[in-house]
Design a protein around this ligand. Structure first.
Ligand SMILES: [Zn+2]
Length: 320
């Protein structure tokens, strides 16, 4: 069964509450992106639906359905396509709650980004949070608890996710990302503030290398004009030419990510990628920021269909 890395005390507290049978009906799970809120929520749902003596067992039918995301009584209230969680969605959840669970002991509503519920949506839930049917549970997940109405917060038991301690985090990262140097893993840990989901994203970004972006930036780092022009020429004349625009966009996005990495390294944080470290060593923060903005501007220009020769020419002139 998947388990939560770090936050053991929190997990024990939650499970003790579930096993005591005196379960609150609403939880607010708070923590930054990548801090394990969703994992905690899934495990809590499994514990609530599990039929074994020591829930969650991870093997019974209820647990398996919850953990694979197909339990009919564990309902996620969100539409990733939309900017906010609308009042309509909140009302639908509220009304649905009065239909008894399908097969579970509980009917659970997960709000993965509760901070994106506007006040009307939050208000739609108030009454039902106050007096839900005995099988009803709300799990509100948020990275900005202050955006929730005090009346909503006061009806929830708050669970705060904490950073994962260094050793536990490193062990997990080593297993998950084999073949990456200790230094890079440690850099990702520090940069993430101890939140593993973020560390993982940083490592994925750093692994996505783009030879053309690197060539361009290494030339920029060492002040090699000829190398820079050559790299840009290659981008401008990339073959096959029907992929030229996509190829340039990918290279610019990667260049931007490396420049961002180099800028962060200027603040004393370790760089994630070697190229970023070289950039950071060779160039001033002001230079890096300017280059970052230049690349950003070229990316916007690409959106408005400016021709590629012009974009590469502009970069050649600006990256000095
Ligand atoms: Zn179970």
């Amino acid at each position: 069964m998947e388990h939560l890395i770090g936050n053991e005390a929190l997990m024990r507290r939650v499970l003790a509450t579930v096993r005591s049978g005196k379960m609150p009906h609403s939880f607010l799970i708070c923590g930054p992106e990548g801090s394990g809120k969703k994992t905690l929520a899934r495990l809590l749902c499994a514990a609530l639906e599990c039929r074994s003596e020591e829930p969650p067992c991870g093997v019974c039918e209820q647990c398996r359905k919850v953990l694979s995301g197909i339990h009919p009584d564990v309902i996620t209230v969100d539409d990733p396509e939309k900017k906010t969680v609308s009042v309509g969605m909140a009302r639908d959840a509220r009304d649905d709650l009065y239909i008894r669970p399908n097969e579970g002991a509980r009917k659970i509503y997960i709000f993965p980004r509760a901070q994106d519920m506007n006040p009307a949506a939050q208000n739609a839930l108030l009454k039902v949070m106050e007096e839900p049917p005995e099988y009803g549970v709300f799990l509100l997940l948020t990275d900005r608890a202050e955006r929730l109405l005090p009346t909503v917060r006061s009806r929830c038991v708050e669970l705060q996710m904490s950073p994962v301690p260094y050793e536990a985090a490193m062990q997990w990262l080593r297993e998950k990302k084999s073949g990456i140097s200790e230094e890079t893993l440690a850099a990702a840990y520090r940069r993430s503030g101890g939140f593993l989901g973020q560390a993982e994203k940083l490592l994925e970004k750093a692994a996505a290398s783009d030879a053309q972006a690197e060539a361009m930036l290494l030339a920029y780092a060492s002040g090699d004009r000829f190398g820079l022009l050559q790299a840009l020429w290659k981008l401008e004349n990339y073959k096959p030419d029907d992929h030229r625009r996509d190829n340039l966009r990918a290279a610019l996005l990667q260049a931007q990510s490396l420049l961002g990495d180099a800028l962060t390294a200027k603040t004393g944080m370790p760089a994630m990628a070697e190229t970023a470290q070289k950039l950071s060593d060779a160039r001033s923060a002001a230079d890096l920021l300017q280059a970052y903005r230049d690349v950003q501007e070229m990316l916007s220009a690409m959106e408005s269909n400016v021709n590629l020769g012009h974009i590469c020419g502009c970069l050649a002139a600006r990256l000095r």
